[in-house]
Design a protein around this ligand. Structure first.
Ligand SMILES: Cc1cc2nc3c(=O)[nH]c(=O)nc-3n(C[C@H](O)[C@H](O)[C@H](O)COP(=O)(O)OP(=O)(O)OC[C@H]3O[C@@H](n4cnc5c(N)ncnc54)[C@H](O)[C@@H]3O)c2cc1C
Length: 428
């Protein structure tokens, strides 16, 4: 028998792959909560962004701040095209948004939850909810005893830990998290910390602009405790009543997740509002605009295509009086404005979890797993898949794709079908 601990996307994909590959082997999913696939249900704002249109394994891997290099091999065995085909084969058609994110055509995560549930049912998988696992014991004679929180236990030949990332909630139902289970069987742990969060800003000049969005900005985190070049990311930026959000911020939070955690989420953020332009060219434009629009008030707007509220805030930060006319723009203020357009700085004083999607950076080290099969190198018969591993992606469907891929490989291997022919997946 195979036991899968965790009824999330990785667990379901693994269980289904195992059962379909080897119908003679019973498969049980143990889920501690009263419902399976909870995160799938709430994902992507209820729409489930289940993968990202990117068929090249190497390119796909660049979207993972942790685990990217190691995932190249697994993605060549189960990539985005395989995920699309898998769902299409079960009647779920997907659509691609202009930015590459893929959703079910129904625009509802229930389609994905139902598809995974019915596939598991048809495959004859036993899905046991309210079955929190409290321990795993490796038996001398081979196989495992999986101990449940109610004191009972189940025997199996192979066990998969697919318990997901770190939850913010206290340990429920006397279950233990997957990290503790993996450690009890000899694995190490890279400290789990949050990724994909938004930045807190306390300066009301910026938070008053809640709702303002900039199509493309380059942001850079700097500070004495950060690498000399800082961390940077580019993309849409959103000002909120709380601070900063949007794809650029989420990307930066992922890139610097571990370091930001170590420094208590306090650093300075520089924003380049016009990343495609150089400061001298911007200043030349300002000067030209001032010559041609001398009688106009500066507050009414300038040459750069920026939201008006943002422009007004920049004038305020530059110390330009509200009633100034363009003809009055001094060289000093032109320099100041040029500098601010390329680098507005603001202190970041904390983080908030992104409600749309958050993941855990850290987990079981990939060096301890055979990436062709997701088998533990430390404990024979143990497998690991999904977010419990030290893998995390950017927003855009990458985290689910990692769960589908690692779950699938684990399932096939647990079914006893060996390892894929090409061993590119294992760089060690
Ligand atoms: C709000 C939100 C929205 C998201 N949206 C997206 C998105 O649109 N696209 C995307 O790619 N990613 C998204 N993610 C990330 C994605 O949901 C996760 O990366 C993914 O679910 C990880 O899959 P998993 O199977 O490894 O773990 P999980 O989905 O976390 O599943 C693990 C399961 O194991 C169970 N479990 C844990 N411990 C035990 C135990 N001891 N005994 C029994 N059961 C146990 C848990 O209850 C859980 O059901 C989102 C995350 C959040 C929080």
């Amino acid at each position: 028998m195979i036991i899968v601990i965790g009824g999330g996307p990785a667990g379901f994909f693994a269980a289904t792959a195992a059962r379909e590959a080897n119908p003679d082997k019973p498969v049980v999913i143990l889920e501690k909560q009263d419902r399976v696939l909870r995160k799938v249900a709430i994902s992507g704002g209820g729409r489930c962004n289940l993968t990202h249109y990117c068929e090249n394994a190497r390119e796909l891997a660049t979207h993972y701040p942790r685990g990217g290099r190691e995932l190249i091999g697994p993605f060549t065995h189960w990539g985005v095209a395989d995920t699309i085909d898998w769902f299409a084969g079960r009647g779920v058609r997907l659509k691609t948004e202009p930015d590459g994110r893929m959703f079910p055509e129904s625009n509802s995560s229930a389609t994905i939850v139902d598809c995974l549930g019915s596939t598991a049912r048809v495959a004859g998988i036993d899905v046991l909810t309210r079955h929190p696992v409290a321990g795993i014991v490796r038996r001398k004679s081979g196989g495992f005893l999986v101990e449940l929180a109610d004191g009972t236990s189940l025997e199996c030949d192979q066990v998969l830990i697919a318990t997901g990332g770190r939850t913010e909630s206290p340990v429920e139902n006397r279950s233990v998290d997957g990290y503790t289970l993996a450690r009890s069987l000899g694995h190490d742990l890279i400290q789990p910390v949050p990724s994909l969060f938004t930045f807190k800003v306390e300066d009301s000049r910026w938070t008053e602009m809640a709702g303002l969005a900039v199509e493309n900005a380059k942001i850079r985190a700097v500070g004495p405790d950060l690498p000399a070049k800082g961390f940077s990311a580019e993309g849409p930026l959103l000002l909120t009543h709380w601070g900063l959000s949007g794809p650029a911020v989420l990307k930066l939070s992922a890139i610097g997740a571990r370091r930001f955690h170590e420094i208590g989420y306090r650093f300075e953020l520089g924003i380049d509002w016009l990343p495609d332009r150089k400061q001298p060219a911007i200043e030349a434009d300002l000067q030209d605009w001032a010559h041609r629009n001398g009688k106009k008030s500066m507050i009414s707007g300038g040459p750069e295509n920026l939201p008006r509220r943002l422009w007004q805030a920049l004038l305020q930060v530059a110390g330009i009086p509200e009633n100034s006319k363009w003809a009055e723009l001094s060289r000093k203020h032109r320099n100041l404005l040029g500098g601010l357009l390329k680098n507005t700085t603001m202190p970041i004083t904390g983080k908030a979890t992104n409600k749309e999607e958050f993941v855990t950076c850290g987990g079981v080290p990939l060096s301890e797993v055979d990436l062709r099969t997701m088998a533990s190198r430390v404990c024979p018969g143990l497998f690991l898949a999904g977010e419990v591993l030290d893998i995390d992606g950017l927003t855009g469907g990458f985290n689910f794709q990692a769960a589908w891929t690692t779950g699938r490989l684990a399932g096939i291997a647990m079914a006893g079908l060996g390892i894929p022919a090409d061993d590119e997946g294992d760089p060690s």
